[in-house]
Write a protein that binds this ligand. Structure first.
Ligand SMILES: Nc1nc2c(ncn2[C@@H]2O[C@H](COP(=O)(O)OP(=O)(O)OP(=O)(O)O)[C@@H](O)[C@H]2O)c(=O)[nH]1
Ligand SMILES: [Mg+2]
Ligand SMILES: [Zn+2]
Length: 377
């Protein structure tokens, strides 16, 4: 047996030609290499000063590097999935994040009474696995919102129906999921007998996936089934939560056997939209039909010659689905209005001489931008 420290041993055994970056298991690939090459401080694969954020706590975060995970600090904190450049002050066991690379996607939600706070939950993701527990069944309004948030992120959604062992007719559940989200992949899973788990692994292969779904939907169980370990906190086990509130309190990024990365998240109750960017993808069928409306700027509400309203009348567009579209586009309209108002307020501020309170307000805004802890399920 070797006397080498486990970390060192891992480094020595992991660095061969198959993975010169040493970070392939947390998602390194040509796209990430290109990002680092064009960073303000260009970095190359194999450096000890680059890594991917694997977990975010309230004051610090964890970064996966070729020499293992390290605690890092920065203000504001990055988000899970960020690729970062680290500074490693001599003699300190903490790194500091000196650069966060541009993100190709961001899963975020709107928060606060007016929905003005934008909370980023996971970034640089390729697929959002919307997890629904079949013990509770499909609830269309929640699902349509989750799908919308998924498209909004810039990644692609897929639906995972878990606990199929607790549902009398999983095929019927698949059909109703498809009604809410036509064209989106649906996988049926039970972690009791490992049914469907390999299909989820196929969805994740060589990509970064994040799990979105309410508390108890079975996200951590799915992660465990994929990793075939008992690492993620399930049910009443509250390994990461000093306040004892949630099962999963910190997002966690984990390598998937065979390639790819999966990010577990705590269940979320409040799911306000953060932007309206996902509307066109989430309702592509309605958008397409809308091109045949008489008026180019048709709002599909009261206009004569509206192809969408006609489509609803003749059943081409499902009435429930159209109702979902109306709810989402109303909310998007409100977000846009608030954004405009906010921009106007900022302009007013800019016209005034800078005085302390304004600066503080702006800084407070920044604090809420990235890496906030999720405080509800
Ligand atoms: N029968 C059955 N139970 C399951 C299955 N998957 C998960 N469960 C149970 O559902 C409960 C919740 O599972 P978790 O994996 O902790 O759910 P979660 O989505 O991670 O919940 P939060 O972390 O609170 O958001 C646990 O008691 C699991 O044992 C399944 O496929 N079949
Ligand atoms: Mg969990
Ligand atoms: Zn119309």
């Amino acid at each position: 047996m070797s006397n080498l420290a486990p970390d060192l041993l891992r480094e020595l055994t992991r660095l061969p030609d198959s993975d010169p970056s040493g970070l392939a298991d947390v998602g390194w690939g040509p796209r990430v290499a290109a990002l680092f090459a064009s960073a303000a401080m260009p970095m190359v694969a194999g450096s000890n000063d680059i890594g991917r954020v694997s977990r975010v706590d309230s004051e610090s975060c964890m970064v996966a590097t070729i020499t293992g995970e390290i605690v890092a600090t920065s203000r504001p904190l990055p988000a899970v999935g960020d690729w970062v450049v680290l500074g490693r002050p001599e003699g300190l066991d903490r790194a500091s994040i000196v650069e966060v690379l541009p993100r190709w996607s961001e899963l975020a939600r709107g928060r606060g009474q007016d929905g003005l706070e934008r909370q980023v939950m996971a970034v640089n993701i390729d697929v959002v696995l919307v997890v629904v527990g079949l013990d509770r069944g499909i609830r269309g309004r929640r699902l349509e919102r989750e799908i919308m948030l998924a498209w909004d992120s810039g990644a692609v959604p897929a639906i995972v129906l878990t606990k199929s062992d607790l549902h009398p007719d999983p095929d019927a559940a698949v059909a109703s999921a498809r009604e809410v989200a036509p064209g989106v992949d649906v996988v049926v899973v039970s972690t009791k007998d490992a049914k469907g788990v390999s299909q989820v692994i196929d969805l994740v292969r060589d990509r970064t996936a994040v799990l979105l779904g309410e508390s108890g939907a079975g996200k951590s169980s799915l992660v465990n089934a994929i990793l075939a370990t008992n690492e993620a906190a399930i049910g009443d086990v509250r390994s990461f939560d000093r306040k004892g509130r949630h099962t999963t309190t910190a997002r966690d990024l984990r390598p998937v056997p065979g390639g790819g990365v999966i990010i577990d998240m705590p269940g979320l109750r409040a799911l306000g939209l953060a932007t309206g960017d996902g509307l066109a993808s989430a309702y592509a069928d309605i958008m397409e039909l809308g091109e045949q409306c008489r008026f180019r700027d048709c709002t599909h509400t009261v206009e004569p010659g509206c192809a969408v309203l006609d489509g609803v009348r003749t059943g081409v567009i499902d009435a429930e689905r159209f109702a979902g579209y109306e709810r989402m586009s109303t909310e998007v309209g409100l977000i846009d209005e608030q954004a405009t108002r906010r921009a106007q307020n900022m302009q007013k501020r800019a016209d005034k001489p800078v005085i302390e309170p304004n600066r503080r307000e702006l800084e407070a805004d920044l604090d809420h931008g990235v890496g906030d802890q999720l405080d509800d399920r």
